[in-house]
Design a protein around this ligand. Structure first.
Ligand SMILES: Nc1nc2c(c(=O)[nH]1)N[C@H]1C(S)=C(S)[C@@H](COP(=O)(O)O)O[C@H]1N2
Ligand SMILES: [Mo]
Length: 438
């Protein structure tokens, strides 16, 4: 069962039949609740190889975490243990237990490429040119990275980046695109200058609306008139203290895959606004209309829609701040512990432009929650570290669920949040499997 592909597909294709197909249990189609019992419970228990002490709380349609998370690894230079989702362009995510470091090392940061990366290995980074221009730019300029490094004050910050499509694989009906599970997130330490300092130098006119990037990667089709991606943020976000142009990650030059020699970084928003291989900064007098800014890209329905609805472009709104979310990075899903043993838990939590206020864990499918210890962020927009410890009442199969709440009181949902055509913003609780042996 574990090796068998398509468990998600079965659930995705036949949401209400999946429990019956996989476990032989009936689910009430109206309430979508079908707490595991009878032959379904027996089947699930047999596959898991353990009883499920909290089975009465286990929702229908839930694929046990022990089966839902596969372990396939691959290797690309400089990366270890990431899961490859696509090899052209390269897209790879990081299994949760490999994101345990407080500051994400380069080898553990997910990769998301929309086009063909430029070959920058042999360039002189100091000579790399960035053009600042646009309808609302008062003093357009071309600056080399070397000049930028000389002219402006350097800042070093821990900033999280998360792909807007992180968690897409759980949407149903399924959404096209990279089937990210939980691993398109990381929080390295970046060094660079404030975008604001460059913008001030070049003059942001009163009619400025958006600040956007253009980059040196090329379109997958090979068509030189098309861009792979060119996105941006409203002026107020670009002017924040943490919005930067960065050339170093964890004290080293940016790795090629992550934008060497220089990238934009606007943390807390979909990472697609953080342009790699930066060549141009555009001060626009309108909402930027570059590649993947318009249509359905990085947009969600302005008003919630039932799953599967086709939504017209004009009813789609640009994603801004990402929602509150968390990860369990220790232990690794599938761990076995002895009965009576306390298990230490830890991970990270983040909340877009906001701060995480509280963190909770549950061992009974969300019936009860225990408050975890939560640290303050090292700086604004860095992820926050949490830790907890739990015991288990008896031997069997358990899941640990983790749930963060932000400073506006918004909580991660335990089930999938609002369905949207492209599968963005899934911030459902992360969960892992634990087996408690007698
Ligand atoms: N030039 C350029 N910048 C880009 C992209 C890209 O394809 N080209 N992908 C974006 C997307 S969608 C994401 S999620 C992040 C991923 O950053 P990473 O590969 O450094 O993790 O980069 C963003 N910046
Ligand atoms: Mo992304």
């Amino acid at each position: 069962m574990k090796k068998e592909k398509g468990l998600h597909e079965i659930y995705a294709d036949h949401p209400s039949d999946a429990d019956e197909l996989v476990w032989g249990r009936k689910v009430d189609r109206v309430s979508r609740r079908g707490f595991v019992k009878g032959s379904g419970l027996a089947a699930m228990t047999a596959v898991l190889g353990a009883s499920i002490p909290f089975a009465k709380f286990m929702p229908g349609g839930l694929i046990p975490a022990a089966l839902a998370q596969s372990d396939e690894a691959f290797s690309i230079p400089g990366k270890s243990g990431l899961t490859l989702l696509n090899d052209r362009p390269i897209n790879a995510e990081t299994p949760a237990h490999l994101l345990d470091d407080p500051v994400t090392p380069a080898s553990r940061l997910f990769v998301r490429n929309n086009g063909v990366p430029p070959s920058t290995r042999d360039i002189d980074p100091l000579e790399w040119q960035i053009t600042i221009e646009g309808e609302a730019c008062e003093r357009p300029k071309v600056m080399t990275l070397g000049e930028i490094q000389q002219r402006f004050k350097h800042h070093t910050l821990q900033l999280q980046i998360e792909c807007g499509g992180n968690g897409r694989s759980e949407f149903n009906p399924p959404a096209k695109g990279n089937q990210w599970t939980t691993g398109a997130i990381g929080c390295p330490e970046w060094t660079g200058v404030r975008l604001r300092d460059i913008l001030d130098e070049c003059g942001v006119a009163d009619n400025a609306v958006y600040v956007a990037y253009a980059a040196a990667d090329t379109h997958l089709s090979g068509d030189p008139t098309k861009q792979a991606i060119s996105r941006g943020v409203p002026v107020h976000k670009a002017l924040e203290d943490e919005s930067m142009i960065v050339w170093a990650m964890n004290g080293e030059p940016l790795p090629e895959l992550h934008g060497f020699p220089v990238r934009m970084l606007c943390s807390g928003w979909p990472a697609s606004v953080s342009g790699k291989w930066l060549t141009r900064i555009l001060i626009r007098d309108r909402v930027h209309d570059g590649a993947k800014m318009t249509g359905q890209s990085y947009r969600v329905p302005c008003k919630p829609v039932p799953p599967g609805t086709a939504v017209a472009d004009e009813d789609m709104c640009v994603i801004e701040s990402m929602p509150v979310k968390s990860l369990i990075t220790f232990p690794k899903s599938g761990i076995e512990v002895g009965a009576g043993q306390q298990l230490a838990l830890r991970g990270h939590a983040w909340a877009g432009d906001s701060r995480v206020k509280a963190m909770y864990t549950s061992i009974d499918f969300g019936a009860t929650w225990q408050k975890a210890k939560l640290k303050k962020p090292t700086n604004r927009l860095a992820w926050q570290h949490w830790s907890a410890s739990t015991g288990f009442p008896e031997a069997g199969y358990y899941e640990i669920w983790a749930r963060a709440v932000d400073d506006a009181g918004r909580s991660q949902p335990m089930v999938l949040p609002g369905w949207n055509p492209r599968g963005y913003l899934n911030n459902a609780c992360h969960r892992i499997a634990v087996r408690v042996n007698a």
